[in-house]
Design a protein. Sequence first.
Length: 405
Amino acid sequence: MLFRTFKGTPSRIRVYALAATAAVGALALSATYLTQSRAAETQSVEGGPQAPSVTVARPTVKSIVEWDEFTGRFDAIDSVEVRARVSGYLEAIGFKDGEIVEKGDLLFRIDPRPFEADLAAAKADQASAAAALDNAKAENERGRRLLAREALSKEEADRRNRALKQAEAGLAAAQARVDTAALNIEFTEVRAPITGRISDDFVSEGNLIVGGAQGGTLLTTIVSLDPIYFEFSASEADYLKYVRLAGEGSQAGLEGRASPVFVKLIDESEFTREGEMSFVDNQFDPSTGTMRGRATFANPSGVLAPGMFGRLKLTGSAEYNAILIPDSAVQTDQNEKFVWVADAGDVAARRTVELGPIVDGLRVVRSGVKADDRVIVSGTQFVQPGVKVAAATADETRLAQLNQK
């Protein structure tokens, strides 16, 4: 019927038909939009926007002790450079590179024959000095008897007495040379001064070794392993905190030497190795502003080696009741930390907080949150100050998941 009301060519009739269809579609869309707008206005007036869904939980309150952590290195209690005391040709090496040696074990042997010859010569001199002493004693005794009968002058008697004393001194000097020669023979055997792990031999057999107190040839090194030190540095703020804790009677920190410390290696996740504080330095390093501390650890297996890195923790507070929340609930606004809480009317409020360390997966809150607050632990991306929220209390499973984040 529509095509019959228009006159014209078929193409013109098709154009008119398309235009009419488009107009009908536009009228239908306008009606739909108007219906939806009125429905939205009605919902806004009657119920308002839907409240965001969040999960809340009350803080955990329990007694804890805070721990401070420091990075440091293990260091040997005893470390010795093994040097020769006498000169000579290296004749034998008595250890395997890198093995554990016991105190007194033979490490190197220097050719002893020249020193044995010196000892023989020293003993010959000793015998000659002993004979000279016997002769001087006999002459002195004869002179004393002659002087008593006035058959010897006083001057000659004094000379024989002086000769006796010189003979005694000569024998003592000869004995000292014998002792020195015997000691040099002993020094041709270089023995381990401590028990520990030895390095490799720095000099091969057949080389000439230079001995003496000054500039003796370095043959190898030995470091002790059990027990072993762990050395670290604490800042001035940490040191002052520990001093004040000690003044309050707490066995915490550097001054609490009766308190245990724990260390873990770079490939370990838990602090399982227990030791104790053994030393705190008496002054700060002016270049770093830190105080040097040292702990001692048993090392029967020899796993801990000097120079190895580790992470140490020691008590940083007395025992106290702490408020703890999941760390994922903490938000950041520039340099300010805050959390969202839901009040009695389920209205969101922002609380600025002062945080402490993480203990057992939970963050310590020093101030800003009370034990009876309902902290929003999930869904915070939809929260605004003063906005009503649909709060659901987190069950134990949900809290465990949040604590692991």
